[in-house]
Write a new protein. Sequence first.
Length: 379
Amino acid sequence: MARKPKAPIRPEDIHGFKYLRSFEQLLKPLADIPVHGNRKFYMDHWVSLLLLHFFNPILDSMRGLQEATDFRNVQEIVGVKHTSLGSMSESASKIFDPAYLEPIIQQVGQMVGDLPKDKRLDNLPGVPTAVDGSFLRCLPKMVWATFRKKSDKRGVRLHLHYDITRGIPTAAQITRALGSEKKSLRKLLESGKLYITDRGYVDYGMYQAIHDVESFFVARLKENSTYEVLEDRPLTKGDRDAAVLCDQWVRMGSAFTEGKLTAAVRRLVICPEDRKEVILLTNTDLSAEVVGVLYRYRWQVELFFRWFKCVLGCRNWLSLSPTGLTLQVYVALLASMLISLWTGRRPNKSTFRVICLHMQGWVRDEELIARIEALKKDP
């Protein structure tokens, strides 16, 4: 049975223009990046249309966004004229460099304030940043994303740095599906951070690199890691209550890895009831209790990946090229940060639903404001 064609998009189906208007100043640097020839379609136009896509479910394809450029409201707010599907597709897939979005993401991130947090996380030596990677499945037509010989599986890997105090991503990189998470972290290292990593990032040379850029780490080790105890640290009552079994200054590594990690480091063993031991390594002087709390907050990045894929909808790709996919991912990160900026809270399904309904005209301004104020009062 033939599939029924979609109904054409009407002007009244598209809302959320005032949010784009408040954001247009940040996109001005993108206005000087045109496509080739006489075409008048610029990168700020494409980013604005992608933001409309995330908050208006009816704009779920490249064709839908192209149709939107015919409407006066879209033309006036976005600044775009009628654009052909070919021009839009070529620009998104070949012309616009996602790197131009990185300073804008950084700028929006600086505008987002801290979330309410555990008092034990005050006075940290660096910004607590959870680091992880997640597989993004690609469409069958994306042949370039095939990652195994004689396989029809296609995908890429999103490497993400996530600020747990503000609930926002601070750095990201897209690589092939089998791209090294350790190499990505080395490339994105910054000073003044406190990186929180899982067992997939065990690399003594990388820990030394973090220390060398004047940052800190809390890293989970594998159970068979070799070490030499230099000094036992006494445990406080808070440490014992947090199920800390030992806290030691150590020298990590065997003869094979000798010299890769020369910074002073501590090895902690934590074993909550009925759970497996967790072995952590850190170059901080924080209490063992706080180190354990920081590692538990690493799960915030896993929750963000779930939000990113399942709620924000980053499984429906508008462009089939690596550049187009990366642009869509970056704008999705930007949309998440804008929600945090508007609400003062981490984005979640309930809040996103209300914002989308408001942008579709079903929720009044005062109702949205009341919902946001209620969120800000929650602990």
